[in-house]
Design a protein around this ligand. Structure first.
Ligand SMILES: [Zn+2]
Length: 254
């Protein structure tokens, strides 16, 4: 398979060439937080990176360095977790995205792997697109991915550290999945408004008891993730194609 292009590995001559052909920039965003006893604590970043790599290849783009620390909330009491004050995080991400734009990237795609980042990212998206004539999208990959769960796994979608993320890590880094550690009685937790517990009693957060649990079948993980990535790719293709109707609206004003 062709190797993705990573911005941090390029020299300025190579970057100039990317800007000239308006290569899309993919920014993976995750966090550091526990993901049950069977998945690595960097799962959110690893998943976002994998999706970004595949998409960058499909669209001749480039992958920016990841944001590995995010707004961990629910698992903040469980080591190791990362946390920023929300306004600091917003400013940090917003300034970096804005500067990528100022330096010539006009099509920026953020691949988010963590639910806790969503609100801050939505705010950034609104703010930046008001200020600059750029194309910016944020893809919460696991939300989109939930639509393929029933079809491939014959179960309802899960949630944190459940069937979706387990599939993504099995697909990209099976060496980081420790099947033996997963015990549903210990790891599963169905959050409820009746009990607000921090930390929750388990890190595999499910919407419904016995549904969406991690599955360790690598072949299924491949089938599932290929559907997810292809689906995102199709949506993005349509998005890129739609710029044509803007007649140069994505060009900088100056
Ligand atoms: Zn996660």
């Amino acid at each position: 398979m062709k190797k993705a292009i990573y911005l941090k590995e390029l020299n300025t001559v190579q970057v100039e060439a990317l800007l000239k052909r308006e290569a899309p920039l993919f920014i993976p965003i995750g966090t550091l937080e526990p993901h049950g006893r069977h998945l690595p604590v960097g799962t959110d970043t690893l998943c976002a990176e994998k999706v970004a790599e595949h998409l960058s290849l499909a669209f001749d783009g480039v992958v920016a360095p990841s944001f590995e620390y995010g707004l961990t909330n629910v698992f903040l009491q469980t080591s190791p977790s990362s946390f920023f004050p929300v306004d600091l995080y917003r400013t940090f991400v917003e300034e970096i995205v804005k500067h990528f734009y100022k330096h010539g990237f006009k099509k920026i795609i953020i691949i988010n792997g963590h639910g806790g980042n969503q609100e801050a990212l939505k705010y950034i998206l609104r703010n930046i697109t008001r200020e600059a004539p750029m194309a910016l999208t944020i893809i919460n990959w696991w939300i989109y991915a939930s639509k393929f769960v029933e079809e491939v796994y014959n179960t309802k979608p899960g949630g944190h550290a459940a069937v979706e993320e387990t599939a993504a890590i099995l697909y990209s880094r099976p060496d980081l999945v420790t099947k033996e550690n997963y015990i549903s009685e210990v790891d599963d937790c169905v959050p409820s408004d009746a009990f607000w517990m921090f930390p929750p009693t388990g890190e595999v957060l499910l919407e419904e008891e016995g549904q969406g649990q991690p599955c360790f079948d690598e072949e299924k993980a491949d089938v599932y993730m290929e559907k997810v990535i292809k689906g995102i790719e199709n949506r993005l293709r349509k998005w890129f194609a739609s710029f044509d109707r803007l007649h140069g609206g994505l060009r900088p004003n100056e």
